[in-house]
Design a protein around this ligand. Structure first.
Ligand code: NAD
Length: 366
């Protein structure tokens, strides 16, 4: 079994440069517990890369990512670059480019609430008490964000804007397999979310998912319309386990669901490919409002380290260790400023949170 992995580290902009070092420390410490060596090399992406090279995803970064076993990303963007032209040179262009380079078509976003933080959730405590644990599997490289034509044209003397939503059977199949595989490792329950009452792509989505489901007879498949899913997430999030959906619905629904957990600073994500170990990033952005203050919550990034261990290093126990340590810290009442309530006394800054995670990882028996 391979015991040494190369991880490309792209801190990006804003709080990215504060949280990523804590994530890397946690990754190396947890990997070491299982005899795994992590070699890291840093590259530029986003606004920082644009300032240094004129591109949000320079050739050098592309080479670094392609040669790595996995890519660990902080966040990109900020007001400084909001008006860069052409828009493809804005920091987000770096994100699209790295996903494309890696062929990262399946975005996995766990959304969970730690019991100790149920009060922080956007819903009434009784709706989330006892916790919930959902994983979104969102198609990431096709659908309406990528379909062509995507343009403005003049029709009968006025401007008309056009986006195209297109999905092929193979694109739907490959992401559906990823979702069913997740379901097999979890509660064997999968909701496939579409708008088959209104969209042709959704009808093909539904038919194709039904075909793929035949290969996973143990998994219960429930089809749900996206508008109903938006409502059900607020009504009863505990009914869900794995949610499979397309790029547009997944973008919106996973952001809605992230609010159920109470803090953006706690949720990791993984974007998986068939040809590369994938891209790992917290779901939040570069938080320009708090960047440079050293108070960002690094726990989502640290949980990404767990996902790297699970998906790149084939070490699910490493993920469990990282998750357990983060949970223990929250259970013991430690808080970063974004999740603190009045009266909380154990407030940690970004580095202190990282220190405590590493200390507990080092002390853990595996
Ligand atoms: P954001 O996620 O950066 O911030 C939203 C709010 O949550 C802010 O108040 C911020 O301080 C807080 N927050 C976010 N992460 C936190 C953390 N780890 N600890 C403590 N507080 C945290 O979203 P935004 O303000 O809409 O966007 C800011 C910039 O980030 C924009 O340029 C946007 O384009 C970019 N962005 C990048 C990504 C990415 O890199 N994947 C994702 C979303 C937004």
């Amino acid at each position: 079994m391979k015991k040494s992995y190369k991880i490309a580290v792209l801190p990006g902009d804003g709080i990215g440069v504060e949280i990523i070092p804590q994530g890397v420390r946690a990754l190396k410490a947890a990997a070491a517990k299982f005899g795994i060596e992590i070699e890291t090399e840093e590259g530029l992406i986003g606004g920082a890369a644009y300032d240094a090279t004129g591109s949000p995803f320079p050739e050098e970064t592309a080479k670094l990512c392609a040669a790595a076993d996995g890519v660990f990303l902080g966040a990109v963007g900020g007001p400084k670059w909001d008006h860069v032209e052409p828009s493809s040179n804005r920091p987000e262009g770096g994100l699209f480019a790295v996903r494309k380079l890696l062929g990262a078509y399946a975005n996995l976003r766990p959304v969970f609430v730690f019991d100790t933080l149920a009060e922080n959730a956007a819903l009434k405590t009784e709706r989330v008490a006892g916790g919930f644990d959902i994983i979104f599997v969102r198609e990431l490289t096709s659908g309406i964000y990528f379909g062509k034509p995507k343009e403005r044209r003049e029709v009968n003397g006025e401007i008309v804007a056009v986006d195209t939503c297109a999905y092929s059977v193979s694109e739907i199949k490959r992401v559906a397999h990823k979702a069913f595989k997740q379901a097999m490792m979890r509660k064997k329950l999968l909701h496939s979310v579409d708008k088959a009452n209104a969209m042709e792509t959704s009808r093909l989505w539904r038919e194709t998912v039904a075909e793929v489901a035949k290969e996973y007879p143990e998994v219960t498949l429930i089809n749900m319309y996206s508008d109903n899913c938006a409502m059900q997430l607020l009504r009863d999030p505990k009914q869900f386990d794995v949610i499979l959906t397309d790029n547009l619905f997944g973008d919106i629904l996973s952001d809605e669901a992230s609010m159920l957990s109470g803090s953006l600073g706690l949720l990791p994500s993984a974007s998986l490919s068939d040809t590369h170990g994938g891209l790992y990033e917290p779901i939040h952005g570069s938080a320009p409002d708090i960047a440079g203050k050293g108070i960002a919550n690094p726990l989502a990034t640290i949980l990404c380290a767990g996902l790297i261990l699970r998906n790149v290093c084939n070490c699910p126990k490493g993920d469990e260790l990282v998750f357990g340590v983060v949970k223990s810290i929250l259970d013991d009442g430690y808080r970063t400023i974004d999740i603190a309530k009045e009266g909380d006394t154990k407030i940690l800054n970004c580095k202190e949170a990282g220190d405590l995670v590493v200390e507990r990882i080092n002390a853990a028996t595996v």
